[in-house]
Design a protein around this ligand. Structure first.
Ligand SMILES: NC(=O)c1ccc[n+]([C@@H]2O[C@H](COP(=O)([O-])OP(=O)(O)OC[C@H]3O[C@@H](n4cnc5c(N)ncnc54)[C@H](OP(=O)(O)O)[C@@H]3O)[C@@H](O)[C@H]2O)c1
Length: 345
């Protein structure tokens, strides 16, 4: 491995204290970059070409006062997703070399200790990356990490979807939902999407069999008509829908949620879903909540499945690196269709 100049810098968006992103997130064009001394044997240094931001990035940035610093080293660089080019590899790296194009999801311990991916350069390791498929652009792969892998883990690893099963996706037009519709369809499921009026056509075009408009339709009545369902993949934490699940789910059907929020009201709603008996207004269908795990095996399986099945990243918008705050405005509006991408050059 060639030695890397100790004075090397990179551009990075950083925060030194928690709060709303417009108040705390600043661009540092001379943030110290990783040097040879930071390398572990299977580490990889990547020049980031594109990354995608996710709700977890602004949630963690603004909610520290409730949860403490969670082991983060400050200043923090947000971001977990990336696609880019390898510029250096550690001595134990096999199967990847300088110049290769890769996509990945930064490991959480690295995110906490050395920073995330909203930077022009990151240090990561072989477990977190996979070669960029030829047919996939940097912008498209930039959203595979959190949104793509969460959809994959939910449907494949947790629900273990089988052909012919019926699944409802709530919040279907966002980053995770647009991947989830396509993956569930490719697995042979019958997909029902729940979105606002303006996104019905998008959900249909991605493979939804039934599209329900939560703005103008009675969602529970519509689900009762089109069900019964094996699974609900709830991306928005819809308590009302969970409580009504007996009206549209099969006996033995399950509800899966991911819309984790770092707040007491969220924790309360999850506890109530898990513990409240039916007689007190709970549901007879089990509720499961999961966090993205992104094992190396999952990264490989998802990448290969996406190429084989023509899974496309739906990109809401692409922002230049120096307009990251505008990108966060778009994401935090809760109206983005698909993924919000930031490109580095
Ligand atoms: N647990 C984990 O490991 C994990 C991983 C990834 C994401 N998450 C969480 O999962 C949630 C979804 O993430 P995401 O990236 O998909 O979010 P996102 O891209 O910000 O979702 C935006 C979409 O949400 C839709 N939406 C908003 N309110 C809705 C409603 N009442 N009913 C149906 N759709 C609604 C909007 O569509 P309309 O304009 O049509 O309403 C918009 O298209 C977030 O809370 C995120 O933090 C958790």
């Amino acid at each position: 491995m060639e030695s890397i100049d100790k004075t090397a810098t990179k551009a990075a968006w950083v925060y030194n204290t928690n709060g709303p992103y417009r108040n705390v997130l600043k661009l540092d064009k001379e943030f110290p970059s990783e040097t040879s001394e930071d390398f572990k044997p299977d580490d990889i240094l990547v020049d980031v070409v594109a990354m995608s931001i996710n709700p977890v990035d602004y949630k963690l940035m603004q909610t520290y006062k409730f949860i403490g610093k969670l082991g983060f080293k400050y200043p923090v660089i947000p971001g977990l997703d990336f696609a880019g080019k390898i510029v250096a590899t550690g001595p134990d790296v096999r199967g990847l070399k300088v110049g290769d194009h890769v996509w990945g999801k930064q490991a959480v311990h690295r995110y906490r200790q050395q920073g995330g991916t909203l930077a022009t350069r990151i240090l990561t390791d072989t477990k977190c990356v996979y070669p960029l498929p030829e047919s996939v652009s940097f912008n498209d792969a930039a959203a595979f990490g959190v949104a793509g892998l969460t959809a994959w883990e939910g449907l494949v690893e947790h629900m273990k979807i089988k052909p012919g099963q019926k699944v409802v996706i709530v919040g279907a037009s966002g980053g995770v939902g647009t991947f989830a519709i396509q993956i569930a369809k490719a697995l042979g499921a019958e997909v029902t999407s729940i979105s606002s009026t303006q996104n019905l056509q998008l959900c249909k075009s991605l493979g939804a069999f039934h599209t329900i408009d939560y703005k103008s339709e009675d969602v529970v009545a519509k689900l009762a008509e089109t069900g019964p369902y094996d699974f609900v993949f709830d991306l928005i934490n819809d308590n009302g829908l969970y409580r009504a699940s007996s009206k549209f789910m099969k006996l033995g059907g399950s509800f899966y949620g991911i819309a984790s929020d770092i707040s007491l009201s969220y924790i309360g709603s999850v506890m109530s879903r898990k513990l409240r008996p039916k007689i007190l207004g709970g549901s007879s269908h089990p509720y499961q909540d999961f966090m993205l795990a992104s094992a190396p095996k999952t990264i490989k399986e998802f990448s290969e499945f996406a190429v084989a099945n023509g899974i496309n990243t739906v990109i809401d918008s692409v922002y230049d690196f120096d307009r990251a705050l505008d990108a966060f405005d778009r994401l935090a509006s809760h109206r983005s269709k698909g993924n919000v991408v930031i490109k580095m050059d």
